[in-house]
Design a protein around this ligand. Structure first.
Ligand code: GLN
Length: 191
């Protein structure tokens, strides 16, 4: 399958590497027209205010709001997919959740944790960098993983969102799950 990585900001190459390790083709998506050529889209981490600004500028906000492409957001990518962002306006409205930004405190700006992610594996390597967490999940959203009390991975239909950065490790199982389960079943449903 052909999977796009939104290439406006963030760890694009690392995501493409995980797509390739999963046995699929990865492409950097810089223009909205490219959305027609892919089977699924990864929204990488970075800084979500900048990311939203760039997405507005290049027409990705409307295009993605209207699109039913399967999407996988990591960190800032999760924030832009959320329907509600604490203290700010929601953005793409793909995941019926409330996210809070920078929610792991200053002392632990970044950390790693082994995660039990439902349906994927019990030992996923999670790298958290000024990470958000999911403060509330609403109707239709499935909880996939937590760190302590904090929710860090969810799925709603063809949309997957995680607070961490799987692409910064060699563990590509979350990306593989996105492609081989979510994208694949979305394709078979529409055929
Ligand atoms: N702290 C960033 C934000 O709120 C997200 C950090 C990340 O993507 N690593 O946008």
């Amino acid at each position: 399958m052909k999977i796009g990585v939104l290439a406006l900001q963030g760890a694009v190459r690392e995501h493409i590497r995980h797509i390739e390790l999963s046995g699929h083709e990865g492409v950097a998506v810089k223009r909205v027209e490219q959305l027609n050529e892919i089977d699924g889209l990864i929204l990488p981490g970075g800084e979500s205010t900048t990311l939203r600004r760039l997405m507005n500028l290049y027409g990705f906000k409307e295009a993605l709001q209207q699109s039913t492409l399967p999407m996988f957001g990591t960190c800032a990518g999760l924030i832009v997919m959320a329907k509600h962002i604490a203290g700010e306006e929601g953005y793409l409205d793909k995941l019926n959740i409330t996210v809070e930004r920078n929610s792991f405190g200053r002392q632990v700006d970044s950390f790693e944790s082994e995660l039990d992610v439902k349906g994927i594996a019990k030992d996923i390597e999670g790298v958290f960098i000024r990470a958000p967490h999911i403060a509330e999940i609403h109707e239709g959203v499935e909880l996939l993983s937590t760190v302590g009390e904090k929710i860090v991975a969810v799925q709603e239909g063809q949309y997957l969102g995680v607070s961490f950065h799987p692409e910064l490790t060699d563990d590509y199982r979350v990306t593989q799950y996105f492609i081989d389960h979510i994208v694949k079943s979305a394709l078979t449903e529409t055929v």
